[in-house]
Design a protein around this ligand. Structure first.
Ligand code: GLA
Length: 677
């Protein structure tokens, strides 16, 4: 299923920015509440709400009976209150009548069990009935509201694939076969691609091919990989059908759907990003992680990579606790502001939330909201109002880009392939490798774009350093781009177990890593994972965890050697000069301090400096640029005062920074910079 070229992006159109607001679900409330909602939205400085994400049974209470009376009223109330609307299609939650009338459209799990109604996303993305009924309700909405002056953006569905990404029902099986026919052309080519000579899996008819459901033993990995690709594409087809319908009625209005970049594994957002007019993303902190602001930064840096460096929109985060983690820790005072500004610093042109008014019933009633159960007499509300004022004060940053010199490659297919079963070690996890490298940069105060592994050498040429953590599955085009980039003077660091298999999870011929042997100037004789919790020592005093390799230099220079463990005496870190550039390889997962050391060396050699040298541990500094103008975002995540070197004026406090600026514990600033001279 080919992906069309990027849409002639209508970009942000009439969307107010910096955008401030959230999901608005008026169908949960009596109409008397709606007026108060609009009044309080105005009081908080809300300029946009996402309306109707779960409103299907409100606007089509029974099959073919549409009732827009409530939504009409709400749209007019918002319009007269000056609040713009991001109008959602309700396709993420078909009503009970849909499941009753079309039971074959309910999703099926890998054991062949139909799932029941009673939650959300109770549909199979390949179901004809689902697609037809969705088209009908979306067309009704588009016809009715396309030209309403308050509707400035369309929001298709919600977090596609979140709960129903992998469906194993007969409709999915049929759609999977068609997808495979399109991808592989013939059954012979499919047999070849899936390596079906192994375990007598050779197919003699398409009717024998199924999604990889529950089987007695482990499932063919190439079959799994194609099923994951198909599943992401099936959801994408649903998105595209809705978007195209909307665009027929509202061709000038931007269309988006909210991604879960960095936290959701199963949708290949790099295939989706060219299909939205602006990238929007949802992010929720992991309460149990004391450094969860670094996870936030990863999600934001990936959102910016998906947006090709352009501004994107934080569509959802939480004002305080969520309700879906084991222990839902409330945000500390000031954390809401720091979290929101961290997203803005990293390229979001706004900060929106799930949801406007905290529900009093249903699964999400213990999830925080902009307007909590306790109403306006709450800390939460006061901080929401403060944030509205801050975003208003910082509105001049809208449209600017983020200063960065480092790219970190990310690939969903490699993510899926590396984390399948029957790999050398369960300890080698893609997401944790990428996070460890990203965290090391964050700690150095260096901002990186997280970009697609399918970048060309020309795309990479704007970066001084490219990081490639554990990119197990690799295409020839990626290896070629990295080689050309290095030859032209670029610097690259590659992590262990990279460039090992092709797009079908087939081991590349010759010695490992088939795709990168020449670029790295080495060959790997054998992968040597360690026993659980085992570690190895290196001759520079550092420690490697869970993974080693028996490496032989073939042109590369050995920097660090394993002193014990199965690869004792062999290289652990090597570098190779290629053309005018330099590529370095690490054959183990370093402990955090050693990984910092490795990346610091690479940053120095590539000439990359932190955003603000000496900002201090736990102080986040990121710069946005627009022509000659620049803004320095500084966030103090520590409980100590911080001092940073800069010149300019803080848009939040009005304070002057004349060489240095002090920040209270937990404080935040957005400095409009002046050059020191
Ligand atoms: C997601 C969904 C929202 C809500 C929040 C809760 O982001 O899109 O509808 O469920 O999670 O955190």
């Amino acid at each position: 299923m080919p992906v069309d070229p990027p849409r002639s992006a209508s970009g942000w159109g009439r969307i107010p920015r910096l955008t401030f607001g959230g999901d608005y679900n008026p169908e949960q409330w009596d109409p008397q509440v709606w007026k108060e909602d609009v009044r309080l939205m105005q009081e908080a400085g809300v300029n946009l709400v996402t309306l109707g994400v779960f409103a299907w049974s409100w606007i089509e209470p029974e099959q073919d009976r549409f009732d827009f009376s409530g939504m009409d009223q709400v749209v007019e109330l918002l319009h007269s209150g000056g609040i713009r609307i991001d109008l959602a299609t309700p396709s993420a939650s078909p009503p009970p009548w849909f499941s009753e009338n079309f039971p074959e459209a309910l999703p099926m799990d890998q054991y062949g069990r139909r799932l029941r109604h009673g939650s959300r996303q109770a549909f199979c993305a390949s179901s004809g009935a689902y697609r037809e009924r969705t088209a009908m309700v979306v067309e009704q909405l588009a016809q009715r509201y396309a030209h309403h002056p308050a509707v400035v953006m369309w929001h298709v569905g919600n977090e596609f694939g979140g709960y129903n990404i992998h469906c194993y029902c007969p409709s999915s099986a049929a759609a999977f076969r068609s997808w495979l026919m399109h991808r592989h052309g013939s059954l012979e080519d499919l047999n070849q691609a899936w390596g079906t000579s192994f375990w007598s899996q050779r197919y003699s008819a398409w009717s024998q091919v199924y999604p990889p459901g529950s089987t007695p033993g482990r499932v063919n990995p190439a079959q799994q990989l194609d099923f994951y690709r198909f599943s992401s594409d099936a959801q994408l087809e649903c998105y595209r059908a809705e978007r195209d319908l909307i665009s027929r009625y509202a061709p000038q209005t931007p269309v988006t759907t909210n991604f879960m970049a960095g936290t959701f594994k199963w949708v290949d957002y790099f295939r989706w990003a060219p299909e939205v007019d602006l990238v929007s993303n949802d992010h929720y902190l992991v309460a149990a992680d004391p450094d969860n602001h670094i996870g936030l930064a990863l999600s934001a840096d990936l959102s910016r990579g998906l947006a090709a460096g352009r501004p994107w929109l934080l569509m959802e985060h939480s004002t305080s606790a969520v309700q879906w983690q084991p222990r839902n820790v409330a945000k500390r005072p000031g954390e809401l502001l720091r979290n929101s500004l961290a997203h803005v610093a990293r390229g979001s042109d706004g900060a929106c939330f799930f949801q406007w008014r905290q529900s009093d019933s249903g699964v999400e009633k213990w999830h925080s909201a902009m307007l909590p159960h306790g109403g306006t007499a709450t800390r939460n509300w006061r901080e929401v109002k403060q944030l509205g004022a801050v975003l208003n004060a910082a509105a001049e940053v809208a449209g600017s880009t983020v200063e960065r010199e480092v790219a970190l490659l990310w690939d969903y297919e490699s993510f899926w392939a590396l984390e399948m079963d029957a790999r050398p070690s369960v300890d080698m996890r893609y997401a944790s490798e990428v996070s460890a490298w990203h965290r090391a940069l964050w700690k150095q105060g260096v901002t990186c774009d997280i970009v697609s592994a399918n970048m060309t050498a020309a795309d990479l040429s704007s970066y001084r350093l490219v990081l490639v953590p554990s990119l197990y599955l690799m295409r020839q085009s990626t290896a070629d781009a990295l080689t050309a980039y290095t030859q032209a003077g670029g610097h690259v660091v590659v992590g262990p177990f990279s460039g090992v298999v092709d797009a079908q999870d087939r081991v590349l011929p010759g010695s490992y890593p088939g795709m990168l042997r020449d670029l790295l100037g080495l060959r790997i004789d054998e992968f040597l994972p360690l026993a659980e919790n085992a570690a190895v020592a290196l001759d520079d005093g550092s420690v490697g965890h869970f993974w080693t390799e028996r490496v032989e230099a073939r042109g590369a220079t050995v920097e660090v050697t394993f002193t014990n463990g199965p690869a004792a005496g062999g290289p652990a870190v090597l570098h190779h000069r290629v053309g005018r550039g330099l590529v370095r390889y690490a054959a183990t997962r370093f402990e955090a301090a050693a990984l910092d050391g490795l990346l610091t060396r690479a940053l120095d050699e590539a000439g990359c400096a932190p955003c603000v040298p000496g900002a201090g541990e736990g102080v986040e500094a990121v710069r946005r640029l627009n022509g000659e103008r620049s803004w320095l975002f500084v966030l103090n995540h520590t409980d100590r005062p911080a001092r940073i070197d800069c010149h300019g004026v803080d848009l939040l406090s009005g304070g002057e920074a004349d060489g240095s600026f002090s920040l209270a514990p937990g404080g935040a600033a957005v400095i409009r910079e002046q050059s020191a001279g």
